[in-house]
Design a protein around this ligand. Structure first.
Ligand code: GDP
Ligand code: MG
Length: 440
């Protein structure tokens, strides 16, 4: 473990739900990690506030500390935020599909244009034409022409003296006449945002009506990222982000800032200077980089997996003895909820098909698992161990306590009875050494 995590994350070792104090304390470390990764201040603040509220009350897995648990929750939220809409470049428009590349100078627009051109041509088998609209930098057009030769992607012939808009129109015309599927428009950038540049790009957009407007951002950009994203998105309506220099030693906080400010997906990442150094966006990997606490995350995941296995073994043992009570059922329900469906121990068991069908018929959704778990939570210890005591008045009390209906309780009890019977049967078979659980 990194030293800087040491203090807070290792201090308390206990179990139970995360308290507000646990979360706040661990969040101080998380906040520092985010800022060190160059996540914009306001983005870090909002993100932390959102996650904080969600983390309080989470159960701490055995053998990890509350601090470590918080880090894992933050990591999962980061992944969700970075990748919930993971998707590639869209070509769902009539050919030639115009794609506009925008961004600050030196962010990697020209390189990314060639990378994308090559990728669309080889992987998607599209016919691609690239055009440089950069009339400002003397060698910019030659740069793209050279890349075009290397990648074997066509480039628009250079005609000196034309404006960016004129070149863009000529590119679309050439795209139509030449039967191209995609036209990539590489624009000029400036070191800082200036209005003349923005006006020019807006004019190009109006002239070509691009299907994608990709904002190219250097992953090493820090706090400026937010301002850049806001300006480009406001003026042009960005559809996606290309994050370059992810091979550098920055921690990639710009990814989170971009995502938070524009709400647009990160579509590709650049991982080197060469035209084949391009990758799909991997939210898991980038989240690890941003947080810089990959080993803590791995530790918590391992601990959680061990607990699942331990619980499954215990449940199997109790099943074998015919002691499967409602506590065990709740354990299984929680597991199912976690894994998003029938899985784990239960799916290994033959004869479970009946229950599966019953569950499916009852509209197998997360909400149902939650309600069933809530029903069991509203029972007394005694009721859970011995469901036979559950008569009408008790059921009414439980329904009120769990916000459910008596019908639902009956359904749950029926399911439990079926499972218990089945398990008793299997347990008997198990004793003779031939049962389905014999191997567990
Ligand atoms: P533009 O001004 O936005 O067109 O930027 P360029 O495409 O000309 O790139 C500027 C510099 O960044 C060049 O030296 C590129 O080789 C380099 N570059 C672009 N993308 C990446 C990347 O993903 N990783 C690394 N290491 N360098 C990159
Ligand atoms: Mg360029």
């Amino acid at each position: 473990l990194q030293d800087r995590l040491g203090g807070i994350l290792d201090r308390l070792t206990r179990r139970g739900a995360l308290t507000e104090a646990d979360v706040s304390e661990a969040m101080r470390e998380v906040r520092r990690a985010l800022l060190e990764a160059d996540v914009a201040l306001e983005v870090a603040r909002t993100f932390i506030d959102n996650v904080k509220a969600r983390a309080v009350g989470f159960d701490v897995v055995k053998s990890v500390t509350p601090g470590q648990m918080v880090v894992k929750i933050v990591h999962d939220e980061l992944v969700k935020m970075l990748g919930s809409e993971a998707q590639g470049i869209s070509l769902a428009a009539s050919a030639p599909v115009p794609i506009l590349m925008v961004g600050l100078q030196g962010s990697g627009k020209t390189t990314s244009t060639a990378k994308i051109g090559r990728r669309l041509q080889t992987r998607e088998k599209r016919n691609v034409l690239m055009a440089s609209l950069d009339t400002r930098r003397p060698a910019a057009m030659e740069q793209l022409a050279t890349l075009g030769k290397q990648t074997e992607v066509a480039t628009l012939p250079i005609v000196p003296g034309q404006s960016a808009v004129q070149i863009a129109k000529r590119a679309m015309e050439a795209g139509r006449l030449g039967g191209y599927d995609v036209v990539l428009l590489d624009t000029a950038g400036r070191t800082t945002l200036d209005e003349a540049l923005m006006a020019e790009v807006v004019e190009v957009r109006q002239a070509t009506n691009p299907h994608e407007v990709l904002l190219v951002v250097d992953a090493l950009t820090g706090q400026d990222a937010v301002q850049t994203a806001r300006a480009f998105d406001g003026a042009l309506g960005v559809t996606g982000i290309v994050l370059t220099r992810l091979d550098g030693d920055g921690r990639g906080g710009a990814a989170l800032s971009m995502r938070a400010v524009t709400g647009k997906p990160i579509k590709l990442v650049g991982v080197g200077e060469k035209w084949d150094a391009v990758d799909e966006f991997d939210p898991q990997r980038v989240a690890n980089r941003i947080l810089g606490m990959g080993d803590v995350v791995a530790l918590v995941e391992k601990a959680a997996a061990e607990i699942d296995a331990e619980q499954a073994m215990k449940a199997a043992e109790r099943m074998r003895k015919g002691q499967f009570d409602l506590n065990d059922l709740k354990g299984q329900l929680v597991q199912m909820q976690k894994m998003g469906g029938m899985s784990g121990l239960m799916s290994l068991m033959p004869g479970v098909q009946n229950i599966k069908k019953q569950l499916a018929g009852a509209n197998l959704d997360e909400g149902m698992f939650k309600r069933q778990a809530a029903i069991i939570d509203s029972m007394t210890k005694e009721e859970r161990r011995n469901p036979d005591v559950l008569k009408a008045s008790r059921k009414k009390r439980i329904a009120a306590g769990s916000g459910t209906k008596v019908e639902e309780i009956n359904k749950l009890l029926k399911m439990h009875r079926q499972m218990a019977d089945m398990m008793k049967m299997m347990g008997k078979a198990g004793k003779s050494g031939r049962g389905p659980l014999a191997g567990l």
